[in-house]
Design a protein around this ligand. Structure first.
Ligand SMILES: [Zn+2]
Length: 443
């Protein structure tokens, strides 16, 4: 690398590269340029080799790859807190779907995604995997914010304000992908909503299109007992078995929730190289259950973390999900060594990148990868003394300790100030949406 290819040096108290596993560097600097990580090297060497580069001193900070939210519905931030304390099917059918029928629109998705991007950037999330109506509005919002995202080509059998039937969803999704496929910050997934909302014929089409266009398949799967009863009643098999029969299991499948799994189903996921997007808060809040994370990991199923939408969480906070995932895995397995802190952080970064096929781009601090980097200040009283910064990051720190965020080398937050989004304007928009949606109620 030439000195000219490095424009910024980040000198940090600790660097947590994620790969190699378990490593924490001290006295080191991350050199970035052309949007990429160019080198990790001892600070005196960095100053000597790159004397002309700008410098950022992060003396009490841990530098780590940006966190990845492997499952969300960003625009649903506009429905945060609208319908709490309900089980999934009642919540969806009697509250969320009616509210969406009244309000979902291009503007709803643009503004809702924008507030979600602001919350995620402030919480150290640099990439999210989204499933929602009007994905082109989400794309515009994401590009304005400068964050990285995987956008779903949503497929659902019933009509919405976005599309009339499965055919229409698919053609609009493909049009959206064609329009944005050269954008370096965007990736695309096929996003059939769930086994109970998509027919066999359309699931098969999704499988074919995903294979032809090299897209992962992002689907809610085995979230509740009720979903499994519906499948047994209507199809005679459990949802996972049905998807297997339709040829959808493989290294492109991201099974969201995966709460209710029998032993042989965990083995089936592992054998086929499927990924799980574990959403511990949403699973608890909707009383769906506790996913068998320790077993999934033991059997080698790759697992990332998601918040789900803000309407069922109600935060888009991957710090909270890391801690909860670790605690739930320990408590439910009876093994205190289940999901140690380094493992939780890896799930929130590199393993989630792998699920999206982005492990060559993001998820760890390695030369050649995109400079998707966050700094977390561990000098607050709540995170002292600091014996192991990774233990602090997972079990003690909060997202409010994230101070700086870069995506592809572009700074999106500096000393907790957003650089691409206007906080005051966003606040005003949220008051307007709150008034409009609140007037009509949840149902
Ligand atoms: Zn979801």
């Amino acid at each position: 690398m030439s000195a000219a290819s490095v424009d910024t040096l980040l000198h940090a108290r600790w660097i947590v590269p994620i790969e190699p596993t378990g490593q924490v560097l001290t006295g080191h600097t991350l050199a970035m340029g052309n949007g990429r990580i160019q080198a990790l090297l001892p600070t005196p060497d960095a100053r000597q080799r790159f004397p002309d580069a700008g410098e950022v001193n992060l003396d009490s900070h841990a530098l780590l790859p940006g966190l990845i939210n492997l499952h969300t519905h960003a625009a649903m931030s506009l429905l945060r807190g609208l319908a709490d304390d309900l089980p999934l099917h009642d919540w969806l059918q009697n509250h969320i779907w009616p509210a969406e029928a009244r309000h979902a629109s291009w503007d709803f998705v643009f503004d809702g995604t924008q507030i979600a991007c602001a919350e995620m950037i402030r919480g150290g999330v640099t990439c999210f995997n989204d499933m929602y109506f009007f994905p082109e509005a989400a794309a515009e919002s994401v590009l304005g914010a400068g964050i990285r995202a995987a956008l779903g080509l949503i497929v659902i059998e019933f009509p919405s304000n976005y599309a009339t039937d499965a055919e229409d969803y698919l053609s609009k999704g493909l049009e959206m992908r064609d329009r944005y496929k050269t954008e370096p910050l965007l990736r695309f997934c096929m996003a059939p909503h769930a086994p109970y909302t998509v027919s066999d014929a359309n699931l098969e089409r999704v499988g074919t299109m995903a294979a032809q266009l090299d897209m992962p398949i992002h689907i809610h799967l085995h979230e509740t007992e009720e979903e499994i009863s519906i499948s047994l009643r209507e199809h005679g098999v459990r949802p996972l078995q049905r998807l297997h029969g339709l040829g959808l299991l493989g290294p492109g499948l991201i099974a969201v929730h995966a709460v209710h799994l029998q032993r042989d189903e965990i083995a089936l996921l592992a054998r086929n190289g499927c990924h799980v997007a574990h959403c511990p808060t949403s699973n608890l809040k909707l009383a769906s259950g506790v996913a068998p994370v320790a077993n999934l990991m033991e059997q080698g199923v790759n697992l990332g973390l998601g918040t789900d939408g803000a309407a069922s969480n109600n935060r888009l906070d991957i710090f909270a999900e890391m801690r909860l995932a670790a605690l739930l895995a320990k408590g439910s397995s009876g093994q205190a060594d289940a999901v140690p802190a380094h493992r939780a952080l890896r799930a929130a970064t590199l393993d989630a990148a792998r699920a999206l096929g982005l492990e060559g781009t993001t998820g760890s601090l390695e030369p050649g990868k995109s400079a998707d980097v966050i700094a977390v200040d561990l000098s607050s009283l709540e995170t002292l003394p600091c014996y192991d910064p990774v233990s602090d990051l997972v079990h003690a720190a909060g997202r409010e300790q994230v101070t700086h965020v870069w995506v592809a080398g572009k700074q999106l937050m500096k000393e907790r100030r957003l650089t691409t989004l206007d906080e005051a304007a966003l606040r005003q928009k949220m008051h307007q949406w709150g008034d409009a949606i609140g007037r009509t109620g949840a149902a």
